[in-house]
Design a protein around this ligand. Sequence first.
Ligand SMILES: [Zn+2]
Length: 392
Amino acid sequence: MKRYVSLVTILIVVLFASSSFSAERMLEERKEVKNIIFMVPDGMGLADVTAARITKNGIDGASLSFETLERIGYQRTYSEDNTITDSAAAASAWACGEKFKNGEICLHSDGHLYKPTILELAKSSGKATGLVATSTITHATPAVFGAHVKSRSCEQEIARQYIEVTRPDVMLGGGLAKFTAAKPDKCGTAGNFIVEAMKEGYAVAYTKQDMDYAVSNGARRLLGLFNNSGMTPEYQRTPGITEPRLPEMTKAALDILERSEGGFFVMIEGSQIDWGNHANDLQYQTGETLAFDEAVKVVLDWINASPERKQHTLLIVVADHETGGFSVNGNEDGGVLGQFVPGWTSTGHTGVDTLIWSQGPGSKALGRAIDNTDIYRIMKEALKDEPEEHRK
Ligand SMILES: [Zn+2]
């Protein structure tokens, strides 16, 4: 009898604990995510933020746009085979939820089976999808969301998979040459994927003007390739340049993706903050950081334009890794307020954790110290918990 009573007590305790947990979960973690906007300032560390903010707004000036997001956390970045990750392994962890070796694009080079990417999952749940970058659109970070290849250098194979297999609705960036090459890449792929894209119903844009025309013309699929390689960085742009800027590509992508009844997933990358840091060049790095922040402002304006968007959009801003070991240096004895000496410890990547800024349904789990693979799990959960009325 005594044993029976204690079993009943345990059962009651367990039931009570699990019901209060699920009630709490329903109240606090009810996600209702219709749109996921995933923004990547490639290679940006906290010191880049400090430097860019001082440069733009002064030492005691306003915050940058991404600094105003509700939650702040940080993530570990190590890859499967290295303390210091590259962009391929780092972004594969987000897109596919596992550690990968440096260079791998959501495909383990030992060939074992892969899972669909978060973009593919979003697509199969009825969402429109998009990729925006200032590198080639087939570069490592965008690639992991729309392709599975053993090596990041197979950019033509990545282009082929975008057009023939994954078909994100919007792709905007550089890399025209990767879609038209006659000479095979490392994976043996060559071909004209632009002709194929047109057959698949994509509007194709080569200039900002083309892009704006496609948007105003009601396009639902858009391939914009504005440079043969990476796009012209901010500090080298001259008046009359035909390439759009990152905030303009961001606006175009949102204008098209919001035509989807079922919501959307989009990845938007400020790709060249990384390249500015590799070059240990403050002007390059700061110009790219501030352009990325303008893109965040475009996204926040879009979200804030309607309560429905605000309630149903998960926005995540996170760097894949830090580059250059950049710091804001100076001398505390005799320095000048508002001035600093830029310094780098490296021309490569570093292994330090990177910040995560986020807001919207499902963001609660991002406001803490996590691993980069956790971000995949959090986004996947957000896709799952969407209410029925948003599903097609
Ligand atoms: Zn890099």
